[in-house]
Design a protein. Structure first.
Length: 311
């Protein structure tokens, strides 16, 4: 068909032509908007990683400078404290690093610095690996990743089409075009099926589109969402099971708060702090005290004259 034939077909007063044109416009709009949004998310995540790495690297440099010397002036100690406190503004600051920085800022105990240095080194390595993985996926993706990056922006259109079909099915059922029964149980099954379908789409969309940071919690969240959405397929067995399937989905959704939740920061003591123990029971040795004692001992052995003067 020539271009004039296509224009004549689109401009013809036919429902099929109008539907096809609207569907094409909707697809192009959703595809372009989704592709732009995904690209902006990746760029924003890369900027947050770079900002965190910059602050962490400055603090780690100051800690390495301190680790090589036994004494520092007040100006150098203040510079170290300033760089450590600046890490609080890092977008990807972990709770462990935050608690150790806060403990050092409050007590100014130099025995905490070796463990804090190891924590910052570990966080730097983790974020560097995450940044490199993100750059490889965006700049030099593999064959499967490249195909998925082209296919992924079209998923919102599929979900929009599924939502439109679901709404049309509900209207046709309420108008009597699709007969499932006239009793109260049949109407409850219709509405349960509709709510279950909406609920499944709402859970399945973020699970497929992603956008979460890599981690065990994110993977568990996506698997749990797909599992709950997959229960919608049980409606194919018998529509009368719809209320029970919807209740099962809601129960599993509520259980997800328990499975994917984390303990509050206050209930998880950081290294060097203990929970309350019965009176008379000795406190267990901590990682902080062990490493801090080792660091102090090594500094004393490296500078025996200073230790003798203190005695």
């Amino acid at each position: 068909m020539s271009l004039s034939d296509w224009l004549t077909w689109l401009l013809a007063p036919q429902p099929a032509a109008l539907t096809a044109f609207l569907a094409l416009a909707l697809f192009l709009g959703l595809y372009g908007g989704s592709a732009l949004g995904l690209r902006r998310k990746e760029q924003a995540r890369l900027r947050r990683l770079e900002a965190s790495l910059t602050l962490y690297a400055a603090a780690e440099s100051a800690l390495l400078h301190l680790h090589a010397r036994t004494e520092l002036s007040r100006a150098e100690e203040q510079l170290l404290l300033d760089r450590l406190l600046a890490c609080r503004a890092a977008p990807y600051l972990s709770e462990d690093a935050l608690s150790q920085i806060s403990a050092y800022a409050g007590e100014r105990d130099r025995a905490r610095l070796p463990l804090l240095l190891k924590t910052l080194e570990r966080e730097n390595d983790r974020m560097c690996a995450e940044r490199d993985k993100l750059l490889r996926r965006t700049e030099s993706p593999g064959w499967g990743q490249a195909f998925w990056r082209q296919l992924r922006p079209g998923i919102p259109f599929l979900f929009a089409a599924a939502l439109l079909y679901l709404l049309s099915w509900l209207l046709r059922t309420l108008n009597g075009e699709i007969v499932l029964g006239n009793g109260l149980e049949e109407m409850a099954a219709v509405w349960s099926l509709f709510v279950s379908a909406l609920f499944s789409l709402a859970l399945l969309y973020p699970a497929i589109m992603g956008g979460y940071r890599p981690g065990a919690g994110a993977v568990l969240l996506r698997i749990w969402s797909v599992l709950i959405a997959a229960l919608f397929l049980l409606h194919l067995l018998n529509p009368s099971f719809a209320p029970f399937i919807l209740i099962l989905q809601l129960l599993l959704f509520l259980a997800g708060f328990r499975l994917t939740g984390t303990k509050p920061r206050k209930s998880r003591p950081f290294a060097g702090h203990y929970r309350a123990v019965p009176e008379g029971q000795p406190l267990p040795p901590s990682t902080t005290e062990t490493e801090s004692g080792t660091a102090v001992k090594s500094l004393s052995e490296a500078n025996p004259e200073g230790s003798a003067k203190e005695e």
